[in-house]
Design a protein around this ligand. Structure first.
Ligand code: PBG
Length: 327
């Protein structure tokens, strides 16, 4: 066999050689762990469609964040499950709302050891399950909603969030939130914009986790992106950065690796990717049947997302994978 026919084999000879030439590195520092905190429970609640993930009490969420920090995971993103929901999603901006209580507890016990992110949306808090306020015709009212988002951002910042992450896909939401935060003297709080968020069928288990059902069997296609579009994702990202986003996100991850790749090649801010609940559930379900090696597939998924260009990854595998790969 003539040179360089066996070069590829030479460079795969031993684990050390493979490590030497590895192009992509995944460390616990690349991971952000989502935490669900539920109001009115005294012990954690398992989520049937997300084996290994629970709805936390404030106390167990705080313990879990400490455990994650010790494993080298630098950030958590907090989602709230309130006891009561209403049309305006009041719980989202209530100073004693569940996310605010959790953020205060996390901040008190962890200080700056973990970056505290707060998902900023109304769907967990509205009785109709939409990400915004409904107008008289029943559709989501963009401009009224972004004013609510600005209020929520300030309350989350006051409770201890270092990063707010608007996930509602309203036009102008980043600008409204930035104005709200700056107006309240919270210039130091960063915005991680869910910039290219698709209307995906992969969010099902998440909606179990936060008890969200969209009224009338509706969907989010009038505000989330159409999976057929890539160029539109670049426009969404550009607009969010112009409005003041400090970091942008692509969501979901694996079915949108082309989007992650295009976005990361186009911007000079960190690009996050969200490996979502359905992506997690598929791995857990197949592994539970013994059909795939779950931990190996999880690692392969996250490596692929990193290789596509993500700076960091929100994933329900954060703790498990951080334990497996070590610091
Ligand atoms: C909206 C929100 C959703 C997710 C994160 N933020 C659900 C939706 O848009 O319906 C999904 C996350 C996941 O599936 O893991 N607040």
């Amino acid at each position: 066999m003539s040179f360089p026919a066996r070069r590829m084999r030479r460079l795969r000879k031993s684990p050390a050689m493979r490590r030497l030439v590895a192009e992509t590195v995944l460390t616990p520092g690349d991971l952000v762990a989502p935490l669900f905190v539920r109001e009115g429970i005294s012990t954690p609640n398992p989520i049937a469609s997300m084996p290994g993930v629970v709805q936390h009490t404030v106390e167990t969420a705080t313990l879990e964040a400490k455990r994650l920090a010790a494993l080298g995971v630098p950030a958590v993103i907090v989602f709230g499950v309130p006891e009561l929901k209403d049309a305006a999603g009041s719980g989202a901006s209530d100073r004693d709302g569940i996310v605010q209580v959790a953020l205060r507890s996390l901040r008190d016990s962890l200080g700056d050891d973990v970056v505290l992110m707060a998902d900023l949306c109304l769907d967990e808090y509205t009785d109709h399950g939409h990400c915004g306020l409904l107008g008289s015709d029943g559709s989501v009212d963009n401009d009224a909603t972004i004013e609510r988002y600005a209020e929520v951002a300030v309350v989350q910042a006051e409770a201890g969030a270092s990063v707010v992450a608007p996930s509602g896909m309203m036009d102008g939401q980043v600008a409204a939130i930035r104005r709200g935060l700056d107006g309240a003297g919270r210039e130091e709080v960063a915005i991680l914009a869910y910039a290219a968020k698709y209307a995906s069928a992969l969010y099902g288990p998440f909606r179990d986790a936060v008890d969200v059902k969209i009224a009338g069997g509706g969907d989010r296609r009038s505000y989330q992106q159409d999976p057929r579009n890539l160029v539109e994702a670049l426009a969404e990202v550009r607009l969010d950065i112009e409005e003041g986003a400090d970091m942008v996100m692509v969501k979901p991850a694996l079915a949108y690796l082309d989007v992650i790749s295009a976005v990361s090649g186009n911007v000079d801010v960190p690009v996050a990717a969200y490996h979502v609940s359905g992506e997690y559930a598929m791995v857990k379900a197949a592994a539970g049947h013994g059909w795939i090696d779950g931990p190996a597939v999880a690692l392969e998924h996250l490596l692929a997302v990193k290789r596509a260009g993500a700076s960091f990854i929100l994933t329900y595998f954060a703790g498990e994978v951080a334990e497996a790969i070590g610091g």
